[in-house]
Every structure is written in structure tokens, then in C-alpha cells.
Design a protein around this ligand. Sequence first.
Ligand code: 0X9
Ligand code: ZN
Length: 416
Amino acid sequence: MKLFILISALAVFGVSWAEQLRYDNHTVYKVLIENENQLTIVKHLSTLPNGYNLWKPFHGVGSDAHIMVSPKMKSAFDSLMKLNDFGTEVLIENVQSLIDEESSSYKRDATFGWTSYHSLDTIYDWIDDIIAEYSNIVTPFVIGKSYEGREIRGIKISSKDGNPGIFIETNVHAREWITSATVTYFINQLLTSDRAELKNMRENIDWYIIPVYNVDGFVYSHEKDRMWRKSRQPVSGSNCMGADINRNFDSHWMENGGALSDPCAETFGGPKPFSEPEAQALADFVTNIQDKINIYLSFHSYGQYLLCPYGHSATELPTNYADLLEIGKAAADAISRPYGTKFTYGSTGSVLYVASGTSVDWMFNERNIKVGWTFEFRDKGRYGFVLPATHIKPNAEEAVEGVIALVEKSSALGYL
Ligand code: 0X9
Ligand code: ZN
């Protein structure tokens, strides 16, 4: 009888929850990198498949890394830190306790809203509702299929012909759940708000929005491993899975250490440019509508940054960098208005770290979309990727302000 109940329970809930990877006593440390020796050590740690997971990469001496360490590796990690005079700080004592809190508010069949995170199915159902309800201005599109065969869906919001266009891609990194939660809030505002700025954006801009881009990784992060980042395509000759889709675009691919060739690394660039079907599908889709797109946005977390090209170099800057800085400043100022949240803005390579083969850089360099921004949402590391659902609304409200200001400044500078 007991066995029957257990089997029924597994059937009802799906076996997946029972097999979730756990992060009991996994601790996230902030590690200060103050010399070359320390840099070499952190670089090495960040590519080890077991026991270490890089949450926030680093950009050399003078920066800091956020690294999650498993309980098994803690004493080795402690000795390594002490032996090499590292300054460290605990950001999250026990990652599992944050995941538990998050899943207790995670309502499998909840009606759609912004008080909990949702599964891909729930988000896609909501998208279907939106398409039906606002059929006069919302049309669906599919850019292609993921490695595991899921549709990568988007919506186009267009009130009239001839508008300039803005493309938003969200959740390329699977574990960054706040990004899709924020974009659905943004879509809802764009469709329903009476505020003049939002009405203006609804009527005079065409929006192309992919609410969950890395669909396979996103499902995997819900069902198996909350900390998954990459795609789910196996890598030939390796036991490690997936590539960083945001390192797989054919623009300065793998240059300047902005991606890693080790398949076990979180920033593995893939065996070749566009090896990941998701990257290829997005590139092909945007190529077809290239002339219609003026601004390209990519939503990420965490760190509170607004990042523009270039990612592939710490020193090289785009020719329109002065304009981009003006736009970044306007957006950062607007973001801080509701709750005082501070965002740092500038080129990826100069303010964060070198990242090559990213989508924004490819759109900028290869598709001539000269306003490109990556949003790195809340927070600065207190919760990191496991941002409590109570942050969804405030984060999304800030994001709405940021996008409005970004659009207005870009328009004033002649980009729309
Ligand atoms: O490393 C990344 O891909 C992004 N940061 S994250 O912590 N969310 O992984 C930043 C990429 C920003 N650069 C460009 N898109 N150019
Ligand atoms: Zn990201």
C-alpha cells in the first residue's frame, strides 16, 4: 500500500522532483584576486567540474570571483585560500536553504503572476493567453528548435506598419530565472498600461521578445539542477554537457580568453561557432529581419550592470561609445528611481570581464544593430541566482523604467 502511494505520488508530481540535485551546505564565497598567483589559482578552480561552480567570473587581478564550493571540497578550499593569502567572504552559507525557500513559494499550477517563478510550460501557456487576448497586436513566432527539440518561441507586438524594432532575448543562461519573470512583467505592462511612455512604446515600436531562449537549460534548471547555465547538447569526447550559448556566436569567438575551450567550464564556447542550434536559430532569425531591428537587449542576472559592446576586449571600444554611455547613464538613472538600486554601466570588457562570442556583440558587429545592451539584474551576490520571488516585482519595475529611459535616449540620439 505504502509503495502504491509512493508510486502514485511520483506519477502525479513527475519523478523529476525526486531526482533534483541538492546543494546542501554548498557555500558561495567572494574571493578577492590581488595577484597573478591568485589569478592562476582561481582560473584553475573555475574549470574543475566537481565541487566548484563559478557564479560570477572575474576579469583579472583587482577583481573578485564568486565561487560555490561543495561541502566535500571545503577544507581543501579553505587551506588553498589560507596558503595563498586570499581575502574571502561568505556570500551564501547554504545554497540549498535558498532553493528550499524558493520552491516552497513555487506553485506548480498557480495562475500566472509575479509572486513566484514559473515553469516553461506555464510561461508558454501564458504566452498563448496573451496571443489570444491581444490578437490585434500580438503575433507568435518560433525561431527554431533547441537541441532537445523544444520550440524556442517569441512574440511580436506591433500596432502599425513601419515602426522601428527592438529585440529582447531572455534567459539564455538557464539559472537566471529573474530574467524571464521580468520580461513577462514587461510584456504585461507594455500591453496594458495607460502610462504615456508605455503607450508610446506600444504604438510606435515593434517588439520582438523571446521570453525563454535557452529552453532546454531552463527546463533542466527547474527539474534537475537549479544551478544549470549552459545548453544541453552533449560534447563529443567529454563527460561534461552543454556550451555557454552566450559564447557561441561567431563574433570574435574564443578570442582574448573571453570563453573557455574546456567543455566542463561554465563559459565553454562550444566546439565551433554556432555549434549550438539555439545560437544558430537566433542568428538566422535576426538575419531575416535585420533591417527592422534598431536595438537589441539581452536580459541576465546577477550583478546590477548595464553592459554594451564590446565584450571581446577590455580596451577596444565601439565608435559610438559616447552615445552608448549616454544611453547607459539614462537607463541606470531611471533604474535607480523606484528603489535606489544602483547599476554600473559601460562596455562589458571594461566594466565586467572579457566575454567573446556573445549575442549582443554578434548583433552589433555582424548585423549592424548599433544599440545593444545586456542587463544584469539584481542582486550583488546576497542571493545571486536564487533571488527570492519577492524581488520579481521590484526588479521588474526597475527594468521597465530602465527600458523606457533607454528607448527615449536612443530615440533622442537618432537610433530609432
Ligand atoms: O557572462 C555573460 O555571458 C554575462 N554575464 S552572466 O553573469 N549573466 O553570465 C555578461 C555578458 C555581457 N556581454 C555581452 N553580451 N556582450
Ligand atoms: Zn547570464
